[in-house]
Design a protein around this ligand. Structure first.
Ligand code: ACO
Length: 309
C-alpha cells in the first residue's frame, strides 16, 4: 500500500464529513492514498513479496494476470509492466477488468489455464489507484476508497482451490460506473472533462447482501462442505455493514470474517489479496483450514472460491 495514511479526521478538514459518519456507516477509519506510487509500482512490490513468499523465481512464471480498473496506461497493461519489472520474460501477461471482483476472476482464469495444462505457474494480482478516479468533491464516494495492491502465486497442487463460482449482471451495471474516454475525433465534439466514479450506494448494498451469500452457499455446497465447515471468510472489504449482513444471512459467526477495511478502505480488486496476506502473516491460517474468498462489485460482477489452505 502507499505510504501516505489519510484518516477520516484528515478528510473532515478538507470536506464536509466526519469520522463519526464514515466509521459508523462503513467501518473505515483510514486509508492509504498514492502520492508517488502507481498501480504498477504497487503491483511490482506486491509481486516481489509473493514470489519470495512462494519461494519461486520470476523465470518460473508462465502467466501474469492483474485485475485492475485503474492501470497507469491504456497500453501497456499493468501485467506487462509487472512482467518487465520482474524480468519474467517467459510469462504471458494481461489485465482483466472485473472491478472489485478482479482478483477472484484472475484466480479462476489461472485455475482454468493450470487445470487444462496450458500453464503451470501463475502470478495473479489485484491492484488499484482508485483515488485517481474519485470525484474529491463528492463526499458520498471519495471517503470510501483507498489505493493498494496484493498478489499471489498460483500453482497446481493436491490441495488448494476446491470450488469456484462467478457471475455477472451487466443489466444492473449502471449502479456503479466510471466512464472512460468519450469518442474523440475531428468530427465529434465531446466534453474533455475526465469522468469519475458514480455509485448508487443503496443499490450496491442490496446487490451485495443478496448475491454474496447466495454465491458463497453455492460454492461451499459444490465443495461438498457446509457453512459450519468454513474456518474463515475473506470477503471483499467494501463496507462493514455488508460483511455483517453476509455473516448473518449465512448464520456464521462474525469472528470468522476478518477485516482490513478499517485501515485500508475499499481497495476494490486489491482488497481480497491484501486481506489474505494480512491474515496469513498474523498466523490465522493453518494448513487444512477451509477458507472462502469472495469478491463483488462493478459490472456488476462477483466471484467466490473455497480453498483448502
Ligand atoms: N459525510 C457526511 N455525510 C455524508 C457523506 C459523508 N462522507 N456522504 C453522504 N453524506 C450524507 C448525504 O448527503 C445524505 O445527507 P441528506 O440526508 O441530508 O441528503 C446522508 O449522508 C445519507 O446519504 P446516503 O447516500 O443515503 O447514505 P447511506 O446511508 O446510503 O450510506 C453508504 C452510504 C455508506 C455508501 C451506503 O449506501 C452503503 O453502505 N452502500 C454500500 C455500497 C458500498 O459500500 N460501496 C462501496 C463500493 S462498491 C463495492 O465495492 C462493491
Amino acid at each position: 500500500m502507499p505510504e501516505m495514511v489519510v484518516t477520516n479526521d484528515d478528510l473532515s478538514k478538507i470536506m464536509d464529513t466526519s469520522d463519526e459518519w464514515i466509521s459508523s456507516r462503513t467501518g473505515i477509519r483510514e486509508r492509504r492514498l498514492a502520492r508517488e506510487e502507481t498501480t504498477a509500482s504497487m503491483s511490482v512490490t506486491a509481486a516481489k513479496r509473493a514470489l519470495e513468499n512462494a519461494g519461486i523465481t520470476a523465470q518460473e512464471i508462465d502467466l501474469i494476470i492483474v485485475g485492475t480498473i485503474t492501470g497507469d496506461y491504456v497500453t501497456p497493461s499493468t501485467a506487462c509492466e509487472v512482467q518487465a519489472a520482474l524480468g519474467a520474460d517467459k510469462a504471458v501477461a494481461f489485465d482483466i477488468n472485473a472491478a472489485c471482483s478482479g482478483f477472484m476472476f484472475a484466480l479462476h482464469i489461472a485455475d482454468a489455464y493450470i487445470k487444462t495444462g496450458v500453464y503451470k505457474t501463475a502470478l495473479i494480482l489485484g491492484a488499484e489507484t482508485l483515488s485517481k478516479i474519485m470525484d474529491w468533491n463528492d463526499r458520498s464516494t471519495c471517503v470510501l476508497f483507498g489505493d493498494g495492491a496484493g498478489a499471489a502465486v498460483v500453482r497446481s497442487d493436491e490441495t488448494g482451490l476446491l470450488a469456484y463460482d462467478q457471475g455477472s449482471d451487466g443489466a444492473r451495471g449502471t449502479v456503479l460506473t466510471c466512464r472512460s474516454r468519450e469518442n474523440n475525433n475531428p468530427f465529434v465534439k465531446n466534453p474533455t472533462e475526465p469522468s469519475y466514479t458514480h455509485m448508487d450506494g443503496q443499490e450496491v448494498y442490496k446487490f451485495a447482501v443478496t448475491t454474496v451469500p447466495a454465491s458463497i452457499k453455492k460454492v461451499v455446497g459444490e465443495a461438498g462442505l457446509t457453512i459450519e465447515d468454513i474456518d474463515c471468510f475473506a470477503l471483499h472489504q467494501a463496507n462493514i455493514r455488508i460483511i455483517q449482513s453476509v455473516a448473518k444471512r449465512l448464520k456464521a459467526p462474525e469472528e470468522k470474517f476478518p477485516t482490513s477495511l478499517d485501515h485500508c478502505g475499499n481497495v476494490s480488486a486489491a482488497s481480497v489479496p491484501i486481506l489474505l496476506d494480512e491474515i496469513n502473516r498474523k498466523g490465522i491460517l493453518k494448513p487444512g483450514m477451509k477458507i472462502v474468498l469472495s469478491g463483488f462489485g462493478g459490472g456488476l460482477t462477483w466471484g467466490s472460491a473455497v480453498l483448502e489452505w
